[in-house]
Structures are given as C-alpha cells and as structure tokens.
Design a binder for this molecule. Sequence first.
Ligand code: ISE
Length: 336
Amino acid sequence: MSVRLGFIGTGDLGADHVRRCANIMSGATVSALYNRTQSRAEKVARQFAPQARVTATPEELIESPQVDAVVISSASQTHEELVLKAIQAGKYVFCEKPLATTAEGCERILKTESAIGKRLVQVGFMRVYDQGYLNLKSLVDQKAIGPLLMAHAAHRNPTAGPHYTREMLISETLIHDVNTFHWLLGESFTAAQVLYPRSTSKADAALQDPQLVILETESGVLIDVEVFVNCQFGYDVQCAFIGESGEIRLPEPARATVRRNGQNHTPITMGCKERFETAYDRELQAFVDGVTAGKLTGPDSWAGYVASATADACIRAQKSGQREDIRLIPQPGLYQ
Ligand code: ISE
C-alpha cells in the first residue's frame, strides 16, 4: 500500500520533495499540497502531481483522511505549530530543519510526542544519509584514528539573499553541522563561542559573514566550524577529525577532473540540492519506509532539540562575545 503524503510548503526545497516523491521514490504518492501562495502549490501540482488536491489551509491538509503523513518545508517559524498539529492528529511528520526556532519550541514537541508515546517525527537533517558522511561515521565508530581530539569544518554557500541575518548563519546554516557532529560523535555539546573574522565586502557588514563557531563536546573534543554564506565560489562542505593517530577527512563529491589549457580542473557543486541530491532522496525514502513499517529511523525530535538548544547558545555567544554554556534537559525515555 502506498503512503499518501501531504506537502506543506512548496517553495524551492518543498517542490523538490514533491518531485522526488512523484518521480523517484517508491511506496508513496503525492496526495495534497498547501502553500501560503496558493498559485505556487497549483503550479507544482500541475508539474508533478496533477491528481493531488491543493488545500486552502495547512490544517485542511493535516486533517484530510486522504493524507497519511505530512512533509513540512514551509518557513522555519511555522514548523513548531504545524508539527504539533500533525502529531496531535496522529500523523507521521517529516519536518525540514530547524524542528522549531528555539529549544523551548522543540521541548513542546518532545513533550507532546512523549505523551503520545510513539515516535512520529523525522527531522530533515539530510547529511546523515550522505555516503561520504556515512563513510566518515563508520571510521569514527571503528576508532580508526584512536581517540578523537578535535575537528575542523566549513559550511559555505555561494551567496545568501538580502533577507539573511546574522542569526540565520547559525539557525539556518550552522545547525546542520551541529546535528552532524552530534550524530557522528554520539555526544552533545557543553559550550559554544563565536568569533568574527574580518567581514567579506560581498555582503552587508551587519551580517558579519563569515563567522567562526567553536563547540566543545562532553568528552572534550573541540570543533571549529567556519560558516560563510557569501563565499562566491561554490557550495562547499568540509569536515575533518584529528585523532591520536591520524586524520579522517570527508571525501569531496565524486566529479571528473578536466586537464586542459595547463590546468587540472575539478568542478565543485553550487548548491545544496546538487551536493546532497542522493541524501535528500534517501532521507525521504527512509521516512516513507519508516511510516510503512510503523517505525521511524531517521533524525528524531531529540536530535532536533539538541541542534536548536546548541544553536540558541551560539546565538547568545554571537551577542555576548563570550563562551556560553549549553545545558540540555534530561533526554525523555522515548528517545533513549
Ligand atoms: C541553508 O539554509 C539550508 O537550509 C540548506 O539545507 C543548507 O544546505 C545550506 O547550506 C543552508 O545555508
């Protein structure tokens, strides 16, 4: 039997999820779409799923008996309310990151899901489905370079729109790295600090782009992440661990090299949809498979909470210029 999905938010990434559901995935159909600008949902329906119903409100989609599970790719500020409505209606929900814009918002979701007593939420941290990161994780798990000491990472976007704020470098971009290290290391963070190098002239000075974020983990691993959302040259994600007996590096995406005109040239990707295309396919397929099996396996609400609580501390550190402590609530039983 096919899982009937309802899609809330059919912007860039939302429409791409509709496309992968219609054209690539198995075991799922596009049943309903909602977008704040209705004509956009209608256009996406015409393009990928003419049989799907376009609803007038997100509530109508969530409550529809024709929708078994909900995929949320709307603006971040809408996530918490929509996730709560979906799980209260007894529906499984895939929610793009962040799960909520604050740790308190995530806590409300943890409470509600725990009271229901069943995992219903998967958060869209797609990197955990990327083959390069999976290779990295298996080497970390095998302790291939002995105890880990530190990690260096970079998260670069070619450009960010004029709407991008200093906080969004953390809440929208760094949050992926936070989740990635939580998953790779299997531990949480105890403190965060943000340093501001000289700003690029290619962006508004108020943005303070790039930023250098330092995270400390429970076991003392020190992580530095360069977040640079107007780097110009490409969409570039880097990660390397330094251990007692070596280094493990995230592989570059496989691209043919071209030798020509006295140069050896390897293209790099220009956007996240291209860089993580397979990971996005796999994460949504995993969600559908989890719904079919009645057991979700992808990043859970606890992962969403840890990421948001850590991001909140980074935003405090942006403002204070100080090292900020990170204190988490006890992990509810449902997620242990
Ligand atoms: C952006 O905000 C996202 O949400 C994307 O998932 C991420 O890949 C990108 O680098 C972020 O800046």
